[in-house]
Design a protein around this ligand. Structure first.
Ligand code: TYD
Ligand code: MG
Length: 494
């Protein structure tokens, strides 16, 4: 005989709510029988966090292959009958700024917006081997030296390895008595320890991808584990008032391994970037609930760990050779901080086929646009050449203000005439070749003057409201209205 009772899994979870009177017959029986609180599984993309009801080979949300993993979720009813009411307050009123603890590493404090905020969570992301553990160990030791208690939990390295690193960094002097090291990845143990901890100022978890909670079946590093472990650690940080630093490795495509979800859970996200072939490292805030997000800190990886670089321009320009065509100095801005950088362009005859455009440290699309403007509006012949563009020092520039410096480097390379070594360039270029104003001209000029530059090529004021930026002493301003004026400087004889 045919049975009309549907299979258990075939019912939507809230079927009973949708059909309270049970008018559809057999459903009522099943609804009252099943689904009180039980484990179910769902399928989560490890790269974007999308959830699908069944396993698929390719994530429909981000397009990743083989990224879907089954995870168990515990279903619990939302506690009913809460008598607590949420209190709303008005916009007016005083709130004290959050208490901060300076780590003693000025470049790190600058990025954090003035130091670590108590009861907050920060995520430090970056490629493996870039120096995250080194930075955090140095910060932990500096805090400990200042008399604060710091706990450093590593799921990646043994205590002996951490001690070796500390010795290499010159940190094992005995003044860091408040620093506790531990090697474990068992989050249950860590949580129990932190629950009893009363006076830690900072807790470092290195890395969140190695942490593991035994209530979940999934492996360490999966979205579920990372999310559950972070959630528990952040809860502890909020209740016990310590600052929590989570280390996260970054996948090839730039997402913090798998779970971007983590970025939403923490108060600040700092990325540690750099080219492993170069010694410079940039610490960049991409999210900060307690400060500006456009700050950077600059470090140099040395044999004794990370050294702060208070004057990055001098470092980035240190290896510049004068009198070579294809090089121009860009007066850039990283956050609120002016940074001078060398832009290098090289043209090579194309051996056949479509010409190459190769860019390191800048946007390829922007280079193509600039080449088209130089060709169409300024009459430079570039179509038959391979073009290579490089921002020296391993820094990545995202500002459109670099257009003028790139154009100068390209024009210099085409004409084989060096740019004036005492000149800096900044300005955005539009499609008709006009040079446009950019933000914070004055701090760029100040930095150029500080480093001994004599001339700055910058956009001409067009609108009447545009104030001429104050020129620091000793710096000449050369205003450029159209890109062809710049190109003409390289074409002129002498
Ligand atoms: P590490 O902090 O372990 O990187 P992450 O935690 O981001 O994976 O940094 C490791 C690299 O830094 C390694 O390649 C060696 C180099 N390093 C130095 O050059 N000098 C030093 O003093 C230290 C400790 C590391
Ligand atoms: Mg590490």
């Amino acid at each position: 005989m045919l049975c009309l009772v549907p299979r258990r899994g075939a019912l939507p979870p809230d079927a009973e709510a949708q059909d309270p009177a049970g008018v559809s017959g057999p459903r009522k029986g099943v609804g009252s029988l099943a689904l009180p609180s039980r484990e179910r599984s769902r399928f989560v993309c490890q790269s974007c966090g999308a959830v699908t009801p069944r396993w698929v080979g390719r994530c429909e949300s981000c397009g990743g292959w083989n990224t879907i993993v089954e995870e168990t979720v515990e279903r619990r009813a939302v506690a009913a009958g809460s008598t607590r009411r949420v209190a709303f307050v008005g916009l007016a009123g005083e709130t004290d700024p959050p208490p901060r603890t300076a780590t003693g590493i000025a470049e790190l404090d600058r990025v954090l917006g003035g130091g670590l905020v108590a009861a907050s969570a920060i995520l430090v992301g970056g490629d493996p081997g870039i120096g995250k553990s080194t930075l955090l160990l140095q910060a932990a030791a500096a805090l400990a030296r200042a008399g604060r208690r710091v706990l450093y939990v590593s799921g990646e390295e043994a205590v002996e390895q951490m001690r070796l690193r500390a010795r290499r960094l010159g940190l094992a002097g005995g003044a860091e008595t408040g620093l506790g090291l531990a090697a474990t990845s068992n989050l249950r143990d860590i949580a129990a320890t932190l629950e009893a901890e009363r006076d830690a100022a900072l807790v470092v978890i290195d890395s969140i991808q190695t942490m593991w909670l035994d209530t979940l079946d999934s492996a360490p590093g999966t979205v579920g584990q990372v999310r559950a472990c972070s959630h528990e650690l952040i809860r502890l940080a909020k209740t016990h008032g310590f600052a929590l630093a989570l280390v996260g490795h970054v996948t090839k495509d730039g997402a913090i391994a798998g779970p971007r979800v983590l970025e939403h859970m923490v108060d600040a996200v700092l990325y540690f970037e750099g080219d492993r072939g170069h010694q410079f490292r940039i610490l960049r805030a991409v999210k900060n609930r307690f400060g500006a997000t456009d700050e950077i800190g600059v470090f140099e990886m040395t044999g004794q760990g990370l050294a702060e670089v208070p004057n990055p321009s001098a470092l980035f320009l240190a290896e510049r050779r004068g009198n070579i065509s294809g090089s121009a100095v860009f007066a850039g801005l990283e956050g609120t901080r002016p940074v001078l950088l060398e832009v290098q362009a090289l043209l090579a005859p194309n051996a056949g086929g479509s010409p190459r455009r190769s860019v390191i440290g800048w946007d390829g699309g922007r280079l193509s646009m600039l080449l088209a403007v130089l060709e169409t509006r300024c009459g430079l012949r570039l179509a038959a050449s391979d073009v290579y563009l490089n921002i020296a020092g391993g820094l990545r520039v995202t500002e459109p203000a670099a257009d003028l410096a790139v154009a100068a480097a390209l024009a210099s390379a085409v004409s084989d005439r060096p740019t004036d070594p005492g000149t800096v360039y900044f300005g955005e270029v539009g499609l008709s070749g006009e040079v446009r104003q950019v933000a914070q001209a004055e701090s760029r000029l100040k930095e150029a003057a500080k480093l001994g530059f004599a001339t700055a090529c910058l956009p001409r004021r067009v609108a009447r409201g545009n104030r001429r930026p104050a020129s620091p002493e000793g710096l000449q301003l050369a205003e450029i209205g159209h890109l062809s004026d710049l190109v003409a400087q390289f074409a002129a004889p002498g």
